[in-house]
Design a protein around this ligand. Structure first.
Ligand code: FAD
Length: 399
């Protein structure tokens, strides 16, 4: 596997073990039929508990059954899973970074004990409901509300594009708390307004919850995506995440997930590179392997260089995260760069495979299609550009 500047030489024993476990899992359990799942628009749900047994859900958390592995180990795990398919990494990202992380960081002791072990073992599935039909890049303008009602809240609204919603046992729904006088506030979203955004752990079998599947995707087909409808859904007071209020809640979860994406995208690109290199060495035209042509070698050289640069950024992010110096803007740069790199390089790999490259027999076009989602979700490429622009100039350009 491509590791041109020997980054893996510095890995510790635990990091190697996690990398190898995930690599083997992908080779044995994912690669053989992921193309078929992609074609059929299905996710291999039988792997959900197995992924739990192998420790793939939030192993970087501490306690409640999580082993607290290093951030590099967690990154390597995401890299190996996404080398299989972005749908697989999305499963682990949503469950770990977007559901377990917020319960761990902001939940009550009872919420942690109820959900973290079950989610960690893959005995329950969680989803993260932030995006709404009219509010994607600007989630602070959300319309979903939570109105105080006796000893709980009544939720109303709708969420869309929610990974795993149709198979989830619990949905972490972000909603704006209504005042007791029934008003919705000004949408300030910074937690200081009277109507802050709060996180609610909603059991999906509650009355008034619907989770319809979105079927017509041309990207991320081996992943289940759906909507969440909330029609006068009563949740008790103890469903609220007590220790966070305002957009800091969902945004801090997204920083965790985007960190995993910055690593994961490298895995998808590496799989494209390995596939293209192998193909170029075997495929013969004009009396010999196409790998002997300078044009093909230039493509491989550029691909290997771009992947290596993205790997360096991912490893540096892990160091910063480990010592507590990681800023969301660092993650924006890495998510933006590494996903763009994977999007571009998957196209080059597809091209090197000629006609065979457009089938599900080979991975590059599947990765290429997936990258359209990865480029868009967890903050679009444009939005991360503007986050960096703001950080570099002090001027916000996205409002
Ligand atoms: P819009 O925000 O409408 O953007 C449309 C275009 O306008 C984009 O190109 C964007 O970059 C551009 N744009 C927007 N604002 C600006 C600006 N200020 N300046 C310049 N350009 C701008 N969401 C969840 O909550 N949970 C999930 O689990 C989840 N899973 C997903 C799975 C899939 C397969 C997909 C496709 C999406 C998922 N999402 C999820 C939603 C995803 O996060 C949103 O699609 C994303 O935030 C973009 O929102 P939007 O689609 O509404 O696009």
């Amino acid at each position: 596997m491509l590791d041109f500047v020997h980054l893996e030489a510095d890995l510790g024993e635990e990091e190697r073990l996690i990398r190898d476990t995930a690599r083997e899992f992908v080779a044995d359990r994912v690669k053989p039929d992921i193309g078929e799942h992609f074609e059929n628009g299905t996710f291999p749900t039988d792997l959900i508990p197995l992924m739990g047994e192998l420790g793939f859900y939030a192993p970087n958390l501490e306690g409640y059954g999580s082993p607290n592995v290093s951030e590099t180990a967690y990154g390597l795990l995401m890299q190996e899973l996404e080398a299989g398919d972005s749908g697989l990494r999305s499963m682990a990202s949503v469950q770990g970074a977007l559901v377990m992380y917020p319960i761990h960081a902001y939940g009550s002791e009872a919420q942690k004990e109820k959900w973290l072990p079950k989610l960690g073992e893959g005995k329950a599935v969680g989803c993260f409901g932030l995006t709404e039909p009219e509010h994607g890049s600007d989630p602070a303008s959300m319309e979903t509300t939570a109105a105080p009602d006796g000893d709980g809240y009544v939720l109303n609204g709708s969420k869309t594009w929610i990974t795993n919603a149709p198979i989830a046992d619990v949905a972490l729904v972000w909603a704006r708390e209504r005042s007791s006088d029934g008003t919705d506030g000004d949408g300030g979203g910074d937690g200081s307004d009277e109507n802050p955004v709060r996180g609610f752990l909603v059991d999906t079998d509650r009355d008034g919850v619907t989770t319809n599947k979105i079927d017509d995707k041309l990207s991320m087909r081996a992943s289940i995506t759906g909507e969440i409808g909330l029609n006068d859904v009563f949740v008790p007071e103890d469903a609220v995440l007590p220790d966070v209020s305002g957009m800091k809640g969902p945004l801090s979860c997204l920083t965790q997930a985007r960190y995993g994406i910055a690593w994961g995208a490298v895995g998808a690109a590496r799989d494209c590179f390995e596939t293209a290199r192998e193909y170029a060495l075997e495929r013969e035209q004009f009396g010999g392997p196409i790998a002997r042509f300078q044009l093909q070698q230039e493509k491989l050289a550029e691909m290997a260089t771009q992947i290596t640069l993205a790997q360096l950024l991912a490893y540096r992010l892990a160091d910063l995260k480990e010592r507590g110096d990681l800023r969301p803007q660092h993650v924006s740069m890495a998510k933006r760069n590494n996903v763009r790199m994977a999007r571009e390089q998957s196209k080059v790999a597809r091209e090197m495979l000629g006609g065979n490259g457009i089938t599900t027999d080979y991975s590059p076009m599947r990765h290429m299609a997936n990258m359209e989602t990865v480029y868009t979700y967890e903050g679009t490429h444009d939005i991360h550009t503007l986050v960096l622009g703001d950080d570099l100039t002090g001027i916000q350009a996205y409002k």
